[in-house]
Design a protein around this ligand. Structure first.
Ligand code: BGC
Length: 430
């Protein structure tokens, strides 16, 4: 399919993106103009011996997760209580992500979720995972630079989210909670993996949003090792197709988060929809009509793509079922089903290749001759649930580093973003 040609990346292009990404990292670290913010976390890796009971809040943009975690030492931890709530629920009639919602309402909602899992009489040091680009000036100060993932809640951008949370805790007289650390979810993922694996030095989220952090051997701030939140989702030196441009133009902040808009779970369904819409407009698909679903923005989700990719049957009966139940298309031709699946696969494959390119850039930065073992800790729905995603990401990396493929391991670090907040609080207390 000619229209998809711009999505196909070959190894030389992947390597070129990796090299440019590496240069953008160095520029960002040096304070030069770069689409990579390279934000300091004020944290380094845990020893694996930290201990205690902590409260963690994981605020990612889709759900608020609260958990109490026992950090046990020797690389072990266990979750004691956990609760997860969506930020928007049409049936319940609430949405904390719109411009009409005040930040104070959002933080009250978060505090209510916390309160529900606390054991009376016990105090909890708190680690707070806040998964948005935030300028930290210390371990418990984080000013939100800008919302991403299409969130628009008012009165949070430009404010210190630690202060907003503190105000809410004071308002509720919630003295059991003692805020200690605020971290990005990539940092949480890296901390969780590194708690039991000293070779973990890169953390990434491949989910609704996308971003990566790594252990910088010599932070410009201290000259010592520090985990740096790259905010790689904002990387912008990329070969964009017309479809990417269209998605960007219609998004909340055009021009921002260009990589994330090409790879993240929030956007890949929409990108697929835009392509399908173009195919329909050009009479290349569903000649008999204009199925509503493909003409309504953000109506196709990453989980729809997962359904298309999961179907490996010769007649694509799963795709046919999806078209019937989700798109009100009772009859489809095999070639239409094949085309849909090809479009979805193409979008997903590029997502994987671009992310592999950025990981390659990070690896080249921290270990130019690739001499050491590296674990890349990854959390997020795409890496965990999208059929074939984790395997293909792994094989793409191993192919790039074909001389020493065994030195690189990718590892699903489930719930790492939340548990990592507890570990961060434990590091601070130690
Ligand atoms: C945010 C990052 C975050 C990532 C994954 C992006 O939209 O800018 O801070 O790490 O999503 O949640």
């Amino acid at each position: 399919m000619h229209a998809l040609a711009g999505f196909i990346l070959h190894e030389p292009q992947i390597l070129e993106i990796a090299n440019r990404f590496q240069k953008a990292m160095t520029d960002g670290l040096a304070g030069k103009s770069s689409s990579l913010k390279m934000l300091p976390s004020f944290l380094t890796k845990p020893t694996g011996q930290e201990k205690g009971i902590y409260l963690a809040v994981d605020f990612g943009g889709t759900n608020v997760r609260v958990l109490t975690v026992e950090i046990q030492g020797n690389g072990a931890y266990r979750t004691l209580r956990r609760r997860s709530f969506p930020l928007r629920d049409r049936e319940e009639g609430y949405d904390f992500t719109t411009r009409e919602t005040a930040g104070s309402d959002l933080f009250r909602f978060i505090a209510e979720q916390m309160e529900a899992i606390l054991v009376p009489g016990q105090t909890y040091p708190l680690g707070f995972t806040f998964s948005f680009p935030s300028r930290q000036t210390g371990i418990y100060q984080a000013v939100l630079i800008k919302w991403t993932k299409e969130i628009q809640t008012s009165g949070v951008e430009g404010y210190d989210v630690a202060e907003l949370l503190q105000k809410t805790l004071d308002g509720k007289n919630l003295k059991q909670v003692i805020p200690r650390a605020i971290i990005n979810d990539t940092v949480g993922t890296l901390l969780t993996a590194a708690y039991s694996d000293q070779q973990a030095d890169i953390g990434s989220i491949c989910g609704t949003g996308h971003n990566t952090c790594y252990l910088e051997p010599s932070s410009p701030m201290t000259g010592k090792p520090m985990i740096i939140n790259i905010e790689s989702g904002n990387y912008n030196e990329l070969p964009a197709t017309d479809y990417d441009m269209q998605l960007d133009k219609q998004s909340q902040i055009p021009g921002d988060q260009r990589l994330e808009k090409m790879v993240g779970g929030q956007y890949i369904g929409e990108l697929t929809r835009i392509i399908i819409q173009d195919f329909i407009n050009n009479k290349l698909l569903f000649a008999s009509g204009r199925p509503e679903i493909f003409f309504t923005p953000y109506n196709i989700k990453a989980k729809d793509l997962a359904r298309l990719l999961a179907d490996e049957s010769p007649e694509l009966t799963g795709v046919s079922q999806w078209l019937k139940t989700n798109c009100q298309i009772p009859c489809s031709l095999l070639e239409e089903r094949t085309a849909l699946r090809t479009i979805a696969t193409t979008v997903i494959t590029r997502s994987i290749q671009l992310i592999a390119a950025t990981f390659t850039g990070v690896l080249k930065h921290i270990d130019p001759g690739l001499e050491k073992q590296h674990t890349i800790a990854i959390d997020g729905s795409l890496f965990e649930l999208m059929p074939g995603y984790a395997n293909k990401l792994n094989s793409t990396l191993k192919n790039i580093f074909k001389d020493k493929p065994d030195l690189i391991t990718t590892k699903l670090t489930k719930h790492g973003s939340g548990v990592g907040a507890a570990i961060a609080a434990a590091i601070i207390e130690d």
